[in-house]
Design a binder for this molecule. Sequence first.
Ligand code: ZN
Length: 492
Amino acid sequence: MKKFIVPSLVSIFFITLLACTNLSSAEPASVNTANQSIGNKDTIITKVIKAYGGEKLSSLRSFRIEDKNMETYPGQGFTPDYTDFWDTRSIIQLDLIDKRGDFETWGDQYGRILHFRGITTQDSAISIDYWNQTFENVSEFTFYQRHGGNIRFSDTLLAYELAKATNKSEYLGTVNYRGMPHHHIQLEMPESPPLSLYVGMQDFMIKRMHRILPTLEVFYLFDNHAQKNGISFAKDFRFFYDSDFILSTVKREIFVNKLTNDAFTAENAVKVAPEAFDNSEAIVNKLSDNAYHLGTENFSAFVDAGDHIIGIGGYGGLKDRFEAYQKEVSNNKPLRYQVVTHHHTDHMEGLSEAYALGATLVMSENIVDNVKDVVDGLSDERIITYENQDTFGPIELHEVSTSHSEFNTVTYIPEAKALFQADHYGGFLANGPSPATRSSYSLKQELDKLNLDIEKILSVHSGKVETWSDYASSMSQYDPNPCRLNRPICAN
Ligand SMILES: [Zn+2]
């Protein structure tokens, strides 16, 4: 099964917003193609358009969708036992005449607030990060690159696209779906592979959309259709990557030709985002005589323990980082141990690489089953577990429970006075510390209890070695307010 891995817990909406959809076309799954006459195609598409509102649909000027959702990512839950859901909300506003878009999402992920907004007008595009009250200009964009993902989340907007692109659409006959024949229509949409629609034969409502991307298949399910102001829409929407359930609406409302007063405008309080720390090139941080932190985009630490090396952090690409380390220090000592930070699947992708290099995996006793699930053929002799805390050669292992994950191993390297952690905190700004989040603040509370002499904070997702004083000063300014600028999406 193809696996979709979310590098850190970022809202699916924001990924949709950032994703460039300029992808190669792909054929839809094979179906009964018995009936392909043009007349039939036009008749069926006309019935779909009529079912969604007819003239009211094709003359839509604007459309607003307000959703409350449950969202999840496989392998990214708080506890190692199961993957749970978190609440997200979104407001999509599209000006269909002037091709402007405004797309806001708010999510509460185990206390960490993800609140973003993308505004696209004919000559500019910005992305707003409300938690930090900053914005960035997006240099390359089209309406469909930025908002195609929003359109695909709505059966009404798919029907609207169908009304506009009837001549480019194809009728592929009938297809059996949930024990019933459905009309099968292929819809051409800009900046996307063709979309495959299953349409009810009685009500002409879109029940399913299927999109084949180069590395995965995406399924959109629509159900429980209703009407408002003469426009039809599915009240229930569900979204899958391959076989993985990602999102379900809890409540969907639509607004026909009715945008909010502040659509397409950002508050003056939102300032230009400060310069980001550049992680795109290889970075090597020598922390002390025997300890290094290095990588490109994602980072590991390596500690020389005399006749062998201990690696810390199991993110994918570990072999490359270990080889870069060997080259840097000009030795061939074996990677004998590899410390696992936590059970999130992206942080276990490199463990098979470490195992193949001969390493024994060192982890909290609470995540052994998760590690066994991802490392093929892992033998019990090559697992070392610890409880609460342990000194392991030149390093100390501490298990902390935070808002990010129930069991995290943070590794203290006394020689370097450095602490390695995975997802709580990254030095993402070129100058000064990153603003506090629920996760970084939660880590700080746990570290304070450990009373370690920490001078440097190391991260998996940034090559910037942050000083303890910068980190601590940022955490002292933690503001838990989950609704910045009192935005309507989260105010109530
Ligand atoms: Zn994580």
